[in-house]
Design a binder for this molecule. Sequence first.
Ligand code: TRP
Length: 431
Amino acid sequence: MSIVRVLTGITTSGTPHLGNYVGAIRPAIAASRAAGVESFYFLADYHALIKVDEPARIQRSTLEIAASWIACGLDPERVTFYRQSDVPEIPELTWFLTCVCGKGLLNRAHAYKASVDKNKAAGADEDADVTAGLFMYPVLMAADILMFNAHRVPVGRDQIQHIEMARDMAASFNHLYGEHFVLPEAQIEESVATLPGLDGRKMSKSYDNTIPLFAPREQLKKLIAGIKTDSRAPGEPKDTEGSALFQIYQAFATPAETAQLRQAYADGIAWAEAKTILFERIDHEVAPMRAAYESLIHHPERLEELLKAGAAKAQKIATPFTTKVRHAVGLRDLRAQAGDKKDKAAKAALPSFKQYREADGRFYFKLVDAQGQLLLQSEGFASPKEAGQTVKRLQDLAEPLASVLQEIPVKQLVTTQVLESALQQLLAARD
Ligand code: TRP
């Protein structure tokens, strides 16, 4: 099975709340346990600087988010969990992408455009209070994703455009410098609920209607008591439709429990009682994780160590990959110049194999040169495995193969047998 790489970032600008837990943390941790995926989760602290200019808040948020993910069961042995700013290759890649990214593409980014529109509406200068950081946000995000050649990026709908921009930048870079980047795709979790907040609107820091995921028990109880309800008295039937309380309950309860509360609504449960039920249900799920969270918050050195280990794991990929990318754009050791020319010429001359099946049901391969010129047409094989093995054998002999092919007049087709005997002769002559 081929491994799918999944990557997502969490901006370190606030305190995790129940909406983050239900919408991102819980599904991400569940997904990270699946077979055949390799997950990367990181704390996007460079991104946080675009929105937050209070250093203490950046630090506190980084601590709280790291502690939350670990307390909720993320296994740092299984996934790669790191802090963006511990991987200096990311800002380096940001610059390479900046140089292939059209300014017009960034002009069209929703977040930037929204700021400009707001300024226009207020009669201010278009770019008033717009930092270059906000403008460049999509490039930094593209670097996050492309650095690890992630296939899938689980994000909210508001982030889809950013993934599309990352694809654009990857394609531009690949076009100019060769195939270095996988084109990533956004992964939108349709089944995951958007949690309403205290006032019934989407739970979000910007509406100031959140319930912190790890609020102490008493505070959790108080906050839940403050969830907006209508004024129906005890004994009056209640609507589940549009009830924030009911929706939040549903995100934590089993279908059977949800059905029970639905019945209780119909039977006229008092709001105070419904709130107690909701509180107990959430606390039941959160309490064990809260204990782990509290312990981690009080041991920042454990989290620091864990993030440093995560960064080392990330850099096992990022460092050699960046070396390759630096070389691709021409940031090279000057002494290597002569050798590189030869490499490039050799590479350009290297033919490639294409495997396919014909109508006769047999499996073939052909060899075409860099210009698409047919060099070699195989005979038919009974199975793709046999054809593949022959290809493999010829590939292992890539270098003598290239010289044999140079001897073959263009357009003359040879069978694999002829070719193999020519290779044998060549190899024998060399020994
Ligand atoms: N922009 C994302 C958000 O606000 C956070 C983020 C930063 C991110 N880099 C990323 C998400 C890379 C996915 C992949 O939610």
